[in-house]
Design a protein around this ligand. Structure first.
Ligand code: NDP
Length: 327
């Protein structure tokens, strides 16, 4: 495993990490979740990603039980939670980034994960109802109280992240160190263009999500629709519609041919492509089977297979390179 500093923070995270969205406490049996975490940890993965909303708290409960049972030294792993969506409650005090919910959600996550502190705490989305000032103060205080070590954002705009930094700096508070954006061959704008200045100015780190576009970047959707896969799950029609478009499928077919020419699987090539971006601190993997995790973790050794020539071929297939402003 290789490790990389999370932006300009001193925290080193494994380049490949493991997340639990739609898997732990939901589509995957607890025994499988345990085997995934154990395999990842033994392969050097040190970051496990979670959120209050995942399976409405159940994902954290499952992960907490595994952490407790495994009895790994607390200084050997990094665990996160995210606040914003709540765990299903619809009252105005049960979601958002206001001080009340952020503090209460932190306490609840600590209980479910059975840890004394969270290493990373993310604001899962921007909250238009709460001032950024209130959220920055709240995160700063949680750090001072020892309940969280670092904080970050997820799917915030560059402007919102900058605003948080400016307020933190003016008031000698601790600002966010990390953003968690979607990044894969079909979602490139934020990581490749929008955050460009933030890597230089505030030293932003990134923990990127859905690197395989929910499994689309594999060969399984290229022929008969497979059984028991995420994009076929009832209730996730929105995710299927977002990913399974004709245009994307055609590109996946060409990408799959290229991967096979290289002697790689498409998931490995797609993950290595994400890792090639120097602004990606860690790629958060999702897996519903141990065999997927084994395959995905082996992408790191394939990095140098993606030389300039291969990267050009991928670019030609994707034909979606986001343009950087020229002024
Ligand atoms: P991916 O895009 O990699 O999707 C993972 C899914 O793809 C697996 O559950 C599996 O689903 C399928 N898959 C994985 N590996 C393979 C393989 N080798 N071959 C074929 N199919 C495969 O990542 P996720 O969308 O799960 O995102 C990763 C993590 O990022 C999440 O767990 C979460 O921690 C975080 N996240 C954060 C978000 C945010 O807003 N901050 C939003 C979403 C995710 P199946 O077998 O069912 O087809």
């Amino acid at each position: 495993m290789e490790y990389k500093r999370l932006g300009k923070s001193g925290l080193q995270v494994s380049r490949l990490s493991l997340g639990s969205w739609l898997t732990f406490g939901k589509l995957v049996d607890d025994k499988v979740s345990e085997s995934l975490m154990h395999y990842a940890y033994n392969e050097g993965v040190n970051f496990f990603d979670n959120a209050e909303i995942y399976a409405r708290g159940q994902s954290e409960t499952v992960m907490g039980k595994i952490l407790k049972k495994s009895n790994w030294s607390r200084d050997s792993y990094v665990v996160s939670s995210k606040v914003f969506f709540g765990t299903g409650g619809q009252l105005p005090t049960q979601k958002g980034l206001n001080r009340k919910h952020v503090v209460e959600a932190c306490h609840q996550a600590l209980n479910r994960l059975q840890v004394d502190y969270l290493d990373l705490y993310f604001c899962h989305r921007p909250d238009k109802q709460t001032s950024i000032e209130e959220t920055v103060w709240t995160m700063h205080n949680l750090i001072v109280q020892g309940k969280i070590l670092y904080w970050g954002t997820s799917e915030w705009s560059a402007q919102e992240i900058m605003e948080a930094h400016m307020f933190a700096k003016q008031n000698h508070l601790i600002g966010p160190v990390v953003e968690q954006p979607e990044y894969n061959m079909f979602a490139r704008q934020k990581v490749e263009v929008e955050f460009d200045q933030l890597y230089k100015t505030v030293g932003l780190g990134t923990t990127i999500w859905s690197p395989l576009a929910s499994g689309l970047l594999s060969d399984k959707y290229l022929s008969k629709f497979p059984k028991n896969t995420r994009l076929g799950v009832e209730g996730l029609e929105w995710l299927r519609e977002k990913n399974l478009t004709e245009e994307k499928i055609n590109k996946v077919r060409s990408l799959d041919d290229l991967a096979k020419e290289l002697g790689l699987s498409l998931p490995k090539m797609s993950l290595a492509w994400c890792l090639k971006n120097e602004h990606v601190s860690t790629v958060i993997l999702g897996a519903s089977k141990l065999s997927q995790l084994e395959e995905n973790l082996s992408s790191l050794v394939e990095l140098n297979r993606l030389d300039a020539n291969v990267m050009e071929k991928i670019e030609a297939i994707l034909d979606n390179k986001p343009e950087k402003p020229t002024f």
